[in-house]
Design a protein around this ligand. Structure first.
Ligand code: GAR
Length: 205
């Protein structure tokens, strides 16, 4: 590894298709940085298999084995501090990151969310969109703050919602955009191309 090469870690809970998109973008050199660790809170998450296939180190912090959120977060913080990555990416990580970690890694945590924030934060964003009857939805990459999907927005992509859509068909259409938008945001972040001014994130020329 080059001495000045930046590293990032990815937190996952499940399937890991966004992780895969980040892996591919890194292998292609689109993202310049190294993916140093994949951390999962869920044993058996397919994302862990994807990392293992690529010989990326993995760490399982099985949430159920901790006596509570505080203990879990203490362990997670200690792993993150040991690695001290330039960036932490949440990719289908289905937990809110606690305040201590958010403030320790302020503006160094990104999340991908399957809606056009600030619409439909929280769980099952695609179902919320279908049930609300919106005609356009999409995905958002944002910096993580203490709120639920409330941090400054880096990038978004919109997709149409068709009358015939199910939660599954809309999720698939959004996911395609997630796989494009997330690697782009990570590329910009690690390339020092983002300027954060309060809620605004500008892309430097
Ligand atoms: C993605 O759609 C991601 O945006 C969403 O979970 C899915 C994970 O898929 N994340 C959230 O809803 C976070 N609140 P993946 O495991 O295949 O990347």
């Amino acid at each position: 590894m080059w001495l000045d090469e930046k590293s990032f870690v990815v937190l996952v809970s499940g399937r890991g298709s966004n992780l895969q998109a980040l892996i591919e973008a890194t292998k292609l050199g689109f993202i310049s940085g190294s993916l140093s660790l994949v951390i999962s809170d869920t044993p058996g998450a397919y994302a862990l298999k994807r990392a293992e296939k690529e010989s990326i180190p993995t760490c399982l912090l099985d949430y159920q084995t901790f006596s509570g959120k505080k203990e879990y977060e203490t362990s997670l913080l200690s792993v993150l501090e040991q690695v001290n990555p330039s960036l932490i990416c949440l990719a289908g990580y289905m937990r809110m990151v606690g305040r201590t970690i958010v403030s320790r890694f302020r503006y160094r945590i990104l999340n991908i969310h399957p809606s056009l924030l600030p619409s439909f934060p929280g769980l099952e964003a695609q179902r919320q969109a279908v049930e609300y009857g919106v005609k356009v939805s999409g995905c958002t990459v944002h910096l993580v703050d203490e709120g639920m999907d409330t941090g400054p927005i880096i990038g978004q992509a919109a997709v149409p919602v068709h009358d015939s859509d199910t939660v599954e068909s809309l999720s698939e259409r959004i996911l395609e955009q997630e796989h494009r938008v997330y690697p782009e945001a990570v590329r910009l972040f690690l390339g020092n191309k983002l300027e954060i001014m309060g809620r605004m994130v500008k892309i430097k020329e």
